[in-house]
Design a protein around this ligand. Structure first.
Ligand code: LFR
Length: 490
């Protein structure tokens, strides 16, 4: 028995994908139809007179890839009846009278860090946390908007749309702001659940923020011209999913008990617990935790720590060098297997250090950090990768315990989902260091969350989150990693 198929557009920091999702015999089936590369590009490549360091996303290219992907999806399944879009958080497009102004800046753009003191002049870090409950990250939308004050385009704009909202607008012509992603901007007041007016005022965005929608609500019908271009058989609705990728991933994480933490591991590692209410204590703030919003009003109490970025950046640096030298390409998978044969490193780095935020020259920066911590510089790429993996596992384990502690319980298990859940050494070492079992998978958790929210928005849907998670458990194979005792390792 097969239900109506839906299309999920999932944009990640290093790649985007278009997938078809459907229910087949009570299981969710995902089919990858189109995958494309993504990453930061120098703003100067996309527009004239750009500051030298400025970084952007090539949003026009992404839109073109999304269209190609949807075309392929409808070729396979002309009966697709709904589309949902999710992406990374915090970044936005500015529009005036339906025209985009300039480019979508990348959250790793160094301008954001420079703007932090300017906003803190008006709203201290403590006051900001009291309002929005977010972890301090120099790229939260509020700091980006502060940086934007130097520029005239914000004043010219009549609309600010976060990335998935912008794609929804391109698909439908309807401007909406999806709630889970809105919660990452820093503009949402935790106590009132709506826009924080003094903040919006100070940052010049009053009246430019779109009407809010919740996951499961309709954004609008696919534009007729696009429906024709894709070859859609019937009417197609664009549905708001939990459009913050992390919110979609958490929605589909097969959490069972109430004493589990999750780690959504891609470019970032989002380490946290699901709670009914935000934790707005000084301890939560000091520990660097965030209160983002999830499906059905849940709170994603989590910490954003570095994920696979250090790995992907190192590999892309080595491959640039290899290309120059006419040597063969290096594959991360090979390095990971080599790293697994190496002993546990004694000296670790702090993956969260802001020195690792910007892209470029990653192996040298990591080696320097190892030296600074008293270690000797890695002699091979595999050695360097081993240190990074151990450091990531250590930070995942520590933050999972911290999330549970601040959330008021003792940790019993950790779920690792997303691309990083394929890393056996990472999962095993996280289990070892946290001294609790790790359950790994699903890999395409974000896309699954996207699909599940669309399926339940259909007339026959209506499942609770627990039912969605039960469906995930039925649909994918999960892997268990039991902690190996410290004694046995020695
Ligand atoms: C993960 C993620 C994180 C967010 C970061 C930047 O893809 O969405 O949740 O902090 O990207 O947007």
């Amino acid at each position: 028995e097969t239900g109506t198929p839906v299309a999920a557009i999932d944009l990640g920091a290093t790649s985007g994908r278009v997938m078809i999702g459907e229910l087949v015999d009570g299981k969710v089936q995902l089919t990858l139809v189109h995958r494309f590369a993504n990453g930061p590009v120098p703003l100067a490549r996309l527009q004239d007179d750009a500051p030298a360091q400025a970084l952007a996303w090539d949003i026009d290219e992404l839109w073109s890839q999304i269209r190609q992907g949807l075309k392929k999806a409808f070729e396979l399944r002309p009966d697709i009846s709904s589309i949902g879009v999710d992406s990374w958080a915090v970044d936005y497009a500015l529009l005036n009278d339906g025209q985009r102004l300039g480019q979508v800046r990348h959250y790793r753009d160094p301008r954001n860090e420079l703007a932090v003191p300017d906003l803190e002049h008006k709203f201290s870090r403590v006051e900001l946390f009291e309002r929005n409950g977010l972890q301090f990250l120099p790229f939260n939308t509020v700091y980006q908007l502060q940086a934007e004050q130097q520029d005239s385009r914000l004043e010219s704009a009549d609309q600010l749309l976060l990335v998935p909202d912008y794609v929804n607008w391109l698909l439908t012509g309807q401007a909406r702001c999806e709630w889970t992603n809105a919660s990452t901007t820093g503009l949402l007041n935790q106590r009132t659940g709506s826009w924080d007016e003094p903040l919006a005022q100070a940052l010049g965005v009053t009246g430019k923020l779109a009407q809010m929608v919740h996951p499961g609500e309709e954004v609008g019908a696919l534009r007729p011209a696009l429906a024709r271009e894709f070859g859609a058989a019937g009417s197609v609705q664009v549905v708001a999913v939990a459009s913050h990728d992390t919110a979609s991933a958490v929605a589909a994480t097969p959490l069972t008990g109430e004493k589990s933490a999750y780690i959504s591991c891609g470019t970032w590692g989002l380490v946290g617990v699901e709670l009914a209410d935000p934790v707005l204590t000084a301890q939560a703030q000091a520990a660097g935790f965030t209160n983002e919003l999830g499906l059905d009003g849940s709170v994603r109490f989590l910490k954003n720590v570095t994920g696979t970025f250090l790995l992907s950046e190192s590999v892309s640096y080595w491959n640039q060098q290899a290309e120059l030298a006419g040597q063969p390409e290096i594959h991360l998978a090979d390095l990971l297997s080599q790293a697994a044969t190496l002993p546990v490193p004694q000296v670790l780095i702090d993956p969260q250090n802001e020195q690792f935020l910007a892209p470029g020259q990653m192996p040298a920066r990591i080696s320097d950090a190892i030296a600074l911590a008293g270690g000797s510089a890695p002699e091979t790429p595999a050695e360097l990768i081993r240190v990074v993996l151990e450091s990531l596992a250590a930070s995942f384990a520590a933050q999972a315990h911290e999330a549970a502690r601040l959330g008021g319980f003792e940790l019993e298990e950790i779920h690792i989902v997303g691309g990083g859940s394929q890393g056996e050494l990472l999962c095993q070492r996280t289990a070892d260091l946290a001294r609790v079992p790790v359950i790994a998978g699903p890999v395409e958790c974000t896309a699954l969350g996207n699909v599940l929210v669309q399926l339940r928005a259909m007339p026959q849907g209506g499942e609770r989150v627990e039912d969605l998670r039960a469906m995930v458990r039925k649909s994918v194979v999960l892997r268990d990693y039991q902690p190996v005792s410290a004694l046995k390792q020695a």
